[in-house]
Design a protein around this ligand. Structure first.
Ligand SMILES: Cc1cc2nc3c(=O)[nH]c(=O)nc-3n(C[C@H](O)[C@H](O)[C@H](O)COP(=O)(O)OP(=O)(O)OC[C@H]3O[C@@H](n4cnc5c(N)ncnc54)[C@H](O)[C@@H]3O)c2cc1C
Length: 420
C-alpha cells in the first residue's frame, strides 16, 4: 500500500514512521526544506498527560474579555476580527461549560496517556536522540493560586499518577528553585509525564522512516488533493502529481485550507505562543520540566546544553510590538526563575498552535475514502503525537484503533463544519 503523508511536523513524522514500520510504502511531502519547521519547531517540549485540560474552561471568556481591555495575563486576541476568528471564538465559547470541559479534557487525557505509553513504553526513537527525559513534570502555583479540584478529580478518575506538594517538597524535586526570585508555594508533580525536543524527535522519525524505505519530498508544497468519485487518489504539488492508495492529512494549521475544497470546514485556528532557547552548559540546568500555572510559562532542559522557556497564548498572529513585549516578559521571567540566564542571549521563536475549539484533534476518516485526518492538535501535539500516529496507521491498514476514536472525529463539527 502506498501512503502519502502531507506534513513532516511531529504529527506527520510520527505517522510516516508508524506506517513504514508496518511495511507501507510511504511518501512524506512537506513544503519546507526539513522536518518540524512549523509548530513543532521550538515548542515547550512537555509530554504532559498530567496537564492536558481543555483551555475552553468555565471563566475563560471573562479572561478573554479582560485581555481585550488590556488586563489579560498571558492570553490575548490579535486583531483583525476575521470571520474565521469570530466563528472559532463562538465555537470555543460553546465548549467552555463545565460539562463540555470535562468531556473534552477526558478525551484529551485518554489520547495523551495512550500516546505517552507508546512513546515511553516501546521507544521507536531513543531518548538521547531528542534530549528526552522521563522524570515527570512539576505544575507550580503561587500563594494566590491553588491546583483545581476538577483537575485532580479528572486525573484520579483516569488513574493518572500525581502528588500534591508543598513549597519544601517542590524544592526537593527541583533544587534550582532555591535561587528563584519568584516564589512557588505549592504544586502538583506528575511522575509519568516527561520532556523532550519535539523537532529532534520528528527529524529522527523521518530518518528512521527513510531507513525503512520511505521517501521524503521536502520543499514541495501540496496544492490540492486529487479525487476520483468519492475517493482521494493522490495530491498535486508545485512540482507535479503523486498518486497514492491513501493520503494522511498532517499539515497542522494548513490542513484547514487543504481540506476546504473537499467540503471540510474544520475549525482549526492559530493560537500563537513564544519560546526562548538558551544554551546552558553544566549542572545549572533544571532537573525536571515545569509549568508555572499563574504565569502561563513552561520550562525544560533538553540534553546537555539546552534550556527553553515557553509561554503565552495569543489567538491569531501577533504584530511586532506584541511579540516584542511577550519576548521581553518571557526573558524577564526566565531570569527570575534562573538568575544566571539574565546574562545569556536566547534564540527567540513564535509558533502557532493549530487549535480546535474543544482542544481535541481531528483523527480518522474524512468525507472521502482513502483520506485520513491527523491534525488540529493545538497545545498538545507533542504529547499526543505517537498515539495519534498509531491510531491513524491502524485505520489506514484497515484495523480498528486501540482507543475509542469517536471524540476525535471531524463529524463532531458536521452541522457547522460541512458545506451544504
Ligand atoms: C509555543 C508552543 C508551545 C507548545 N508546547 C507544547 C508542549 O509542551 N507539549 C505539547 O504536546 N505540545 C506543545 N505545543 C503544540 C505542538 O507544538 C503542536 O500541537 C504540534 O507541533 C503540531 O504538530 P503538527 O505536525 O500538526 O503541525 P506542524 O508542526 O505545524 O507541521 C505541519 C507541517 O505541514 C507542512 N505543510 C503545511 N502546509 C503544507 C502544504 N501545503 N504542503 C506540504 N506541507 C505543508 C508544514 O511545513 C509543517 O512542516 C506547543 C506549541 C507552541 C506554538
Amino acid at each position: 500500500m502506498h501512503v502519502i503523508v502531507v506534513g513532516a511536523g511531529i504529527a506527520g513524522a510520527t505517522t510516516a514512521l508508524a506506517l513504514a514500520q508496518e511495511g507501507c510504502s510511504v511518501s512524506i511531502i512537506d513544503a519546507v526544506p526539513s522536518p518540524a519547521m512549523g509548530a513543532s519547531f521550538a515548542n515547550a517540549g512537555l509530554i504532559s498527560p498530567g496537564h492536558c485540560f481543555s483551555w475552553a474552561e468555565p471563566g475563560v471568556m471573562t479572561m478573554a474579555a479582560k485581555s481585550l481591555l488590556g488586563w489579560g495575563d498571558g492570553i490575548g486576541i490579535c486583531q483583525p476580527w476575521t470571520p474565521a476568528l469570530l466563528r472559532w471564538g463562538a465555537l470555543f465559547a460553546r465548549e467552555s461549560t463545565r460539562e463540555r470541559w470535562l468531556a473534552n479534557s477526558k478525551a484529551a487525557l485518554a489520547l495523551a496517556s495512550y500516546s505517552r505509553d507508546i512513546q515511553f513504553g516501546t521507544p521507536a526513537i531513543p531518548v538521547d536522540a531528542y534530549g528526552g527525559q522521563h522524570a515527570g513534570i512539576l505544575y507550580l502555583y503561587g500563594p494566590d493560586h491553588a491546583p483545581s479540584t476538577h483537575d485532580a478529580a479528572l486525573l484520579r478518575g483516569a488513574g493518572e499518577a500525581f502528588a500534591q506538594l508543598d513549597a519544601e517538597q517542590l524544592l526537593q524535586h527541583e533544587p534550582l528553585l532555591r535561587q528563584a526570585r519568584v516564589h512557588f508555594s505549592q504544586g502538583v508533580y506528575c511522575p509519568n509525564d516527561g520532556t523532550g525536543d519535539a523537532a529532534r524527535y520528528a527529524a529522527a522519525c523521518v530518518d528512521e522512516a527513510i531507513r525503512l524505505g520511505a521517501t521524503a519530498c521536502f520543499g514541495q508544497r501540496v496544492l490540492r488533493l486529487e479525487t476520483r468519485g468519492d475517493a482521494v487518489v493522490g495530491v498535486t504539488t508545485d512540482r507535479g502529481h503523486h498518486v497514492a492508495d491513501a493520503v494522511v492529512m498532517a499539515a497542522g494549521l494548513s490542513s484547514r485550507d487543504l481540506l476546504s475544497p473537499l467540503g471540510h470546514e474544520l475549525p482549526i485556528h492559530p493560537v500563537s505562543g513564544y519560546s526562548v532557547t538558551y544554551r546552558v552548559k553544566g549542572s545549572k540546568r533544571p532537573r525536571v520540566g515545569a509549568v508555572s500555572i499563574p504565569h502561563k510559562v513552561a520550562w525544560a532542559a533538553f540534553g546537555d546544553e539546552t534550556v527553553r522557556f515557553t509561554g503565552y497564548a495569543d489567538i491569531g498572529i501577533p504584530g511586532e510590538s506584541r511579540a516584542r513585549r511577550r519576548f521581553e516578559a518571557l526573558e524577564r521571567f526566565a531570569a527570575e526563575v534562573f538568575p544566571e540566564l539574565a546574562a545569556l542571549q536566547p534564540a527567540r521563536w513564535i509558533g502557532q498552535r493549530p487549535m480546535t475549539p474543544d482542544n481535541v484533534p481531528f483523527l480518522g476518516a474524512a468525507l472521502q475514502r482513502n483520506l485520513w485526518l491527523n491534525c488540529g492538535h493545538g497545545a498538545m501535539g507533542w504529547t499526543m503525537a505517537c498515539g495519534s500516529a498509531r491510531a491513524v496507521a491502524d485505520l489506514v491498514l484497515g484495523r480498528p484503533a486501540a482507543i475509542e476514536l469517536a471524540p476525535y472525529s471531524w463529524g463532531r463539527y458536521r452541522a457547522l463544519g460541512r458545506r451544504p
